[in-house]
Design a protein around this ligand. Structure first.
Ligand SMILES: NC(=O)c1ccc[n+]([C@@H]2O[C@H](COP(=O)([O-])OP(=O)(O)OC[C@H]3O[C@@H](n4cnc5c(N)ncnc54)[C@H](OP(=O)(O)O)[C@@H]3O)[C@@H](O)[C@H]2O)c1
Length: 264
């Protein structure tokens, strides 16, 4: 079916869902353009003049928690909630997001910093949009996920492997950063080891790989849109981080790239 026909059919059948997915596509373009010129004012790019601020740990929980919560609410409203493939995808999503929303913020070293509230607004909205549309598509709009035959499909098998590879890279890279500071410290050092051999932001590289794998395994439009949004958000941020490292450390390894080993 041509994409325009599929879109108008979807708009007629599920207007809120379709507009939400389209909204995330557009927000991806907007954030890519904006973030290519202005680095989001949190972490090492924190600077005054961005309005009211909030404790960084609290902001992480407030902006990330809507993702697993909205996913779970929409997911368990479906009669298909206990089908095996959707349950596996639910598990993958929750593995990442329960950690990111409720554990990661309390493990961060530097979470005592104040961060402008505005940095969480986009993330808060997109997290609700992604959580709810992904759960709806997985349980209600993807007949292929309701058959156990999908477990043997190469897209599912490769997608799951790619997801876990990305998850491992993301987790390990975040752990390296955590290890650079003692509790209560807030300064910056050059990270070494793992994918830091090749990249300035391997945690972002891992995150993009992760959601690309999820999109392959789920084979739904919102999962693809989520991977797209993750990349539009994190690629420009990785370039800002890369520039920042080079400006702040004269001995920064010259062979490191920003976000894709040996290429970018
Ligand atoms: N799906 C998405 O769209 C999305 C969007 C954003 C983030 N994320 C994920 O969320 C996680 C955190 O993101 P982030 O942007 O905060 O990552 P980040 O800038 O790499 O920072 C991660 C943590 O490490 C600290 N840190 C960073 N560089 C350091 C260094 N050189 N020396 C010492 N400490 C350092 C940071 O402290 P400071 O805060 O004090 O800088 C922060 O606590 C990542 O895994 C990322 O993939 C996902």
């Amino acid at each position: 079916m041509p994409i325009t026909d599929a879109l108008s059919e979807s708009l007629q059948a599920h207007p809120l869902y379709t507009w939400t997915v389209l909204g995330v596509v557009v927000l991806g373009v907007v954030s890519f353009v904006l973030l290519s010129f202005i680095s989001a004012p949190y972490g090492r790019h924190l600077r005054p003049g961005w309005g009211p601020t909030i404790n960084a740990t609290a902001l992480w929980v407030i902006m990330e928690a809507p993702s697993p919560i909205s996913f779970a609410v929409v997911y368990f409203m479906s009669d298909n909630a206990f089908e095996i493939v959707p349950l596996i995808l639910l598990g993958m999503y929750m593995l990442h997001y329960v950690y990111r929303s409720f554990i990661y913020p309390f493990r961060m070293r530097g979470g005592h910093k104040q961060t402008p509230l505005v940095t969480g607004v986009l993330a808060f909205s997109v997290n609700i949009a992604n959580g709810s549309t992904n759960a709806f598509a997985i349980t209600e709009l993807a007949p292929h996920l309701l058959s156990t035959a999908w477990l043997a499909d190469p897209r599912f098998i490769i997608g799951v492997l790619v997801f876990f590879a990305g998850y491992a890279i993301n987790q390990h890279s975040d752990a390296v950063l955590r290890g650079l500071r003692k509790p209560g410290e807030g300064g910056y050092k050059i990270p070494y080891g793992g994918f830091y051999r090749w990249l300035s932001s391997p945690n972002y590289f891992g995150e993009i790989i992760e959601w690309t794998g999820f999109a392959l395994a789920a084979w739904t439009v919102p999962a693809l849109v989520f991977a797209w949004f993750t990349a539009t958000n994190l690629v420009p941020r990785a370039f800002s981080n890369h520039r920042w490292y080079r400006e702040h450390f004269s001995d920064y390894p010259k062979n490191r790239r920003a976000i894709i080993p040996f290429i970018l």
